[in-house]
Design a binder for this molecule. Structure first.
Ligand code: NDP
Ligand code: GDR
Length: 354
């Protein structure tokens, strides 16, 4: 069988790194789109980097941006992919309130640009398309657990942009017969998770506080509940979606939900620190040790103008049609991330502003 070619946008992100690893292991030729940055932004894919001068290199990086149509057309034309995975996005929900127009441009219209590039080049019948859709589409709770048929109610500029992307993918499937699928993925984390998402912020801080490199952790809403799975397992689900005879939309989730505050307790327990909730209010104290040292405090600056309170997914369709199941529980995920951050934090800069 001829070697398959994949084009991945968002290659420098958490999912891009795991997906590239998976596809290379399956024998694909992989092309990744990265943005120009004033500093190195390829830390997550260093271990699979191949020198372009090497003969038979199967991993190639290209500069690009979802806000640049001509760039996307050229990349699709040059690489002639069998499968396109659109993972690129301004993916931070809180940041989308600060940069709503850019988020709409990259996450919403960016998806349209990529679909159009495929269509303009006459590849709509040969090139399969994966769209990184999200459980944020469910937003304000309409039904639990959330499944493919649950109505959407986006609660952020990010979710509204992803809603457009979701529907334009469905439309290109119906209008042009494209093999285009939405993966409605619930939160997935890993040691490669971006440092400003809540799980990684917590595991890094627990490790840094244990190593006496940080005094305190400031967080926002501790009562939000999320369905957290392992990113490595979720990228396998993306690939499975594109191997089906028919394109379709699928939820990937664990079916278990956990409050942010429980994740805090787990992470600190994993570094050997037992925390007690001392409450909020005038004497706001947050989470403190038995000796009265308060290590985790709530800072309203991290509250969102509109919040998504509860996410819990029902992955039955993915299990029945794709044979996809998650393996790592949220509890084990937290432990894996903490252990990895204990190593990282021995040498890494702490980083301000997360
Ligand atoms: P990350 O934030 O880790 O990665 C996002 C990637 O997109 C990075 O490579 C980033 O580049 C790139 N990017 C951002 N803006 C642009 C742009 N304008 N043009 C080209 N590339 C761009 O996200 P994840 O890996 O966690 O998520 C992957 C995708 O899945 C995203 O679309 C996200 O919205 C979606 N998603 C994620 C979930 C999760 O829990 N992780 C759940 C559901 C959906 P750079 O490194 O230069 O910033
Ligand atoms: P989310 O992930 O918004 O679900 O989007 P994030 O980890 O940012 O927030 C999860 C929940 O934790 C609460 N929270 C905090 N969040 C951050 N980032 N920082 C804090 O200090 C903090 N304190 C409390 C949040 O309010 C929220 O309720 C992620 C992204 O990967 C999206 O791209 C993806 O689509 C969804 O997951 C599914």
């Amino acid at each position: 069988m001829a070697q398959k070619v994949a084009l991945i946008t968002g290659i420098t992100g958490q999912d891009g790194a795991y997906l590239a690893e998976l596809l290379l292991a399956k024998g694909y030729e992989v092309h990744g789109v990265k943005r120009r940055s004033s500093s190195f932004n390829t830390g997550r894919i260093e271990h699979i980097y191949q020198d372009p001068h090497e003969q038979n290199a199967r991993f190639h990086l290209h500069y690009g941006d979802l806000t640049d149509s001509t760039n996307l057309i050229r990349l699709v034309q040059q690489t002639k992919p069998d499968e396109v995975y659109n993972l690129a996005a301004q993916s931070h929900v809180a940041v989308s309130f600060e940069t709503p127009e850019y988020t709409a441009n990259a996450d919403g219209i960016g998806t349209l640009r990529l679909l159009e590039a495929i269509r303009i080049l006459g590849m709509e019948k040969t090139c399969r398309f994966y769209q990184a859709s999200t459980s944020e589409l469910y937003g304000l709770v309409q039904e639990v657990p959330q499944r493919e048929t649950t109505p959407f109610y986006p609660r952020s500029p990010y979710a509204a942009a992803k809603l457009y992307a979701y529907w334009i993918v469905v439309n290109y499937r119906e209008a042009y017969g494209m093999h285009a699928s939405n993966g409605i993925l619930f939160n997935h984390e890993s040691p490669l998770r971006g440092e400003t998402f809540v799980t990684r912020k917590i595991t890094r801080a627990a490790a840094a506080i244990k190593l006496e490199r940080q005094e305190k952790l400031f967080l926002g809403n501790l009562d939000a509940k999320r369905d957290w799975g392992h990113a490595r397992e979720y990228v396998r689900g993306m690939w499975l979606m594109l191997q089906q005879d028919e394109a379709d939309d699928y939820v990937l989730a664990t079916g278990e939900t956990t409050p942010v505050r429980t994740f805090v307790e787990w992470a600190f327990a994993d570094v050997g620190i037992t925390l007690r909730w001392e409450g909020e209010g005038v004497d706001e104290k947050g989470y403190c040790t038995e000796t009265g040292k308060c290590l985790v405090e709530v800072d309203p600056r991290y509250f969102r103008p509109t919040e998504v309170d509860l996410l819990i997914g029902d992955p039955t369709k993915a299990k029945e049609k794709l044979g996809w199941v998650h393996e790592t529980s949220p509890r084990d995920l937290a432990r894996e991330m903490v252990m990895a951050d204990l190593d990282v934090m021995k040498t890494a800069p702490i980083g301000k502003g997360a």
